[in-house]
Design a protein around this ligand. Structure first.
Ligand SMILES: [Zn+2]
Ligand SMILES: [Zn+2]
Length: 221
C-alpha cells in the first residue's frame, strides 16, 4: 500500500507533537495553539482529523502519537533537518529553519537519502537538535540555566522550540553564539531570571525563558 501523502498542516503538527512527546512534555491543546499560532478550536479540529487517520490517540490521559504517527513524524523531522543543512552555505544560520519549513514537505525520499549521504550522515541539525534516532548524541548537553557561574563550556544546541523564535535566532547569529562556540557562564541572577554568557569577549545576558532552550557541553576534564 502506498503511504498517503500528508498535508503540510498535518506534517507541521506531527513535527511539533514529536518534539513534545520526545521530551516527555504533556500535549495540551492550549500549548499547541500557542506554539502553532492558531486558535484552540482549530487545534481541536486538526487533532480530531489526525486521530481519525490513525496518527494520534486522544484519551483523558493525554494525546499521544501512534506508532504510525511516530514514524511519519520522524520522517518529517529528518527531512526538515537535512533541508536546513542543505541551505547552510546559501542562507544565514538564522533563516535555515524557516526555509526548511517550506522545503521539508516537498523532497522525495530518494533525494532525502542522497542529501543525507552527501552531508556525511549528520547526527544533528545545524542548530544542534538530534536527528531522529540520534538522541544519545545530545544527551550529555546541559541547558544554560543548569550550569554554574565561571564554567567554561561549548554551545551545542538551540532547542527546536526556540528555533521558531526568529528574532532570537537572528540575535544569536549576530552575537556568533551558535553551536561550536566557546563560552563562559557569567553571573546567574535567579531573582532577575537572567544568566550572563561570555562569548568572543562579550557578555550576553539571557532570560531563563530563553536560556533553558540553549544547551552547552562541558569539556571533559
Ligand atoms: Zn528547524
Ligand atoms: Zn535546526
Amino acid at each position: 500500500m502506498q503511504p498517503i501523502k500528508l498535508s503540510q498542516t498535518i506534517e507541521d503538527y506531527l513535527a511539533l507533537l514529536y518534539v513534545l512527546e520526545r521530551d516527555g512534555e504533556t500535549i495540551v491543546g492550549a500549548r499547541l495553539a500557542e506554539l502553532l499560532g492558531v486558535t484552540a478550536p482549530t487545534v481541536t479540529n486538526t487533532l480530531k482529523r489526525m486521530a481519525r487517520d490513525g496518527l494520534i490517540t486522544m484519551h483523558e490521559n493525554g494525546t499521544h502519537l501512534t506508532e504510525h504517527g511516530w514514524a511519519s513524524a520522524k520522517d518529517v523531522m529528518r527531512r526538515h533537518m537535512l533541508m536546513e543543512w542543505m541551505m547552510l552555505k546559501m542562507l544565514p544560520w538564522s533563516k535555515l529553519h524557516g526555509e526548511a519549513h517550506h522545503l521539508e514537505h516537498a523532497i522525495s525520499s530518494e533525494a532525502e537519502t542522497a542529501v543525507y549521504e552527501e552531508l556525511g550522515r549528520p547526527q544533528t541539525c545545524p542548530h544542534g537538535n538530534p536527528l531522529p534516532g540520534c538522541e544519545d548524541t545530545v544527551a550529555g548537553w546541559i541547558p544554560l540555566t543548569e550550569l554554574v557561574s565561571g564554567e567554561k563550556v561549548i554551545i551545542r544546541r538551540i532547542h527546536e522550540l526556540a528555533e521558531e523564535n526568529r528574532p532570537l535566532l537572528a540575535f544569536l547569529d549576530e552575537k556568533k553564539m551558535t553551536p561550536g562556540t566557546e563560552a563562559t557562564i557569567g553571573e546567574i541572577l535567579p531573582f532577575n531570571q537572567t544568566v550572563g554568557v561570555e562569548v568572543h569577549g562579550q557578555i550576553i545576558t539571557l532570560g531563563f525563558a530563553v536560556a533553558r532552550y540553549i544547551y552547552a557541553e562541558k569539556p571533559a576534564s
